[in-house]
Design a binder for this molecule. Structure first.
Ligand code: ATP
Ligand code: MG
Length: 317
């Protein structure tokens, strides 16, 4: 083979991880993320997302299967994996004793950036994420959301070929979430592959080019957001807010599976059944069982519910 264009995609091939004690947390995972692509890894608690990430960055060894970026085998060379990947963990970064800008700069230097470039990039990220007023604040004094944004800046100040972001927008306000997503897109435009691990399907729908839905260690669906929504065409989503403490009402047969999280009931129905859907929801309000309802276009979340039986974060409040 001539070495004209090297394939720098991230590849997971038949990755299986069985923990001691027998939990099969990853079961034959195969997918790739192209340079310049934002790829979502979605799935409910325990689906196996973090297990996969830990193997990518060399914290765990797969039971079988391969993980690679370009010509590099990440399992055989965890030290190369750490160079090629930048990682924002789900847990907050331990930056109590550092000033925000300092934490970002130090990380950039550790990742091999030169002083001037790292300083300039740190300044750009602080501005771009809207956290200028905390530039010199100690980590200990930062709010959860600002701390998260500093963690994000640390992860991307000198980005690897693969940038792994585990729930990057946790605790971040809506305005700054938008700023963060803009930076994620900028990373992909620079040619980074981005792996976005999240429960938040509605956010993922806007941010990713493609995604995989994971369940019990396997990929149960993969594609673009619109291809995954294709099966839900012709359907509407009905969300009913129940009065706290009421039992889940019995679903009429023309409703697709209903999921209840807290007091929120989410279901889908065919467009042709919209009239009966409204009458049913209005009846629940009249009976004192529900407070309000909303009927709208189906979203990626409806596909997610169909595939996993779970609701994503946005409805869990
Ligand atoms: N160190 C471990 N030893 C044994 N089992 C584990 C270990 N870590 C995770 N598991 C199990 O492996 C499965 C997958 O866990 P994992 O943490 O990868 O899920 P996840 O998709 O990241 O979930 P979450 O969304 O809650 O972060 C779960 O059943 C979990 O209990
Ligand atoms: Mg996890």
């Amino acid at each position: 083979m001539t070495a004209t264009t090297l394939d720098w995609a991230f590849r997971a091939d038949e990755v299986t991880k069985v923990y001691k004690g027998g939990v099969r947390a990853n079961d034959g995972l195969t997918f790739r993320i192209e340079p310049g692509e934002v790829y979502g890894l979605l799935g409910p608690n325990g689906a196996g997302k973090s297990t996969l990430v830990k193997q990518v960055i060399g914290l765990l060894a797969p039971t079988s299967g391969t993980l690679a970026i370009g010509p590099h085998d990440l399992v055989a060379h965890p030290e190369i994996a750490r160079q090629l990947c930048s990682y924002l963990p789900q847990a907050q970064m331990p930056i109590d004793a550092f000033r925000a800008a300092e934490a970002i700069e130090i990380t950039g230097r550790i990742r091999g950036g030169d002083t001037a470039t790292v300083r300039a990039r740190t300044g750009e990220l602080i501005d771009a994420l809207g956290i200028e007023e905390w530039r010199s604040a100690m980590g200990l004094k930062l709010s959860g959301g600002v701390r998260r944004l500093v963690g994000f800046a640390m992860a991307v100040v000198v980005p690897g070929r693969l940038v792994i972001l585990d729930e990057p927008t946790n605790d971040v306000d809506p305005l700054r979430r938008r700023l963060l997503w803009r930076q994620v897109r900028a990373l992909s435009e620079q040619g980074c592959a981005v792996m976005l691990v999240t429960h938040n399907v509605l956010e993922a729908e806007k941010a990713v080019d493609r995604l995989a839905v994971m369940m019990d260690g396997r990929v149960v669906a993969e594609g673009t957001p619109s291809s995954l929504k294709a099966e839900d065409r012709g359907r509407l989503r009905l969300q009913v807010m129940l009065v706290p403490g009421t039992d889940t009402p019995e679903s009429p047969p023309w409703l697709h599976p209903t999921v209840r999280v807290g007091n929120s009931l989410v279901t889908a129905l065919d467009e042709a059944d919209a009239g009966q859907g409204i009458a049913w929801a209005q009846g629940l309000i009249d009976d004192g069982a529900a407070e309000e309802y909303a009927l709208g276009a189906s979203t990626l979340e409806d596909a997610y519910i169909r595939l996993t039986g779970h609701v994503s974060d946005d409805n869990e409040a």
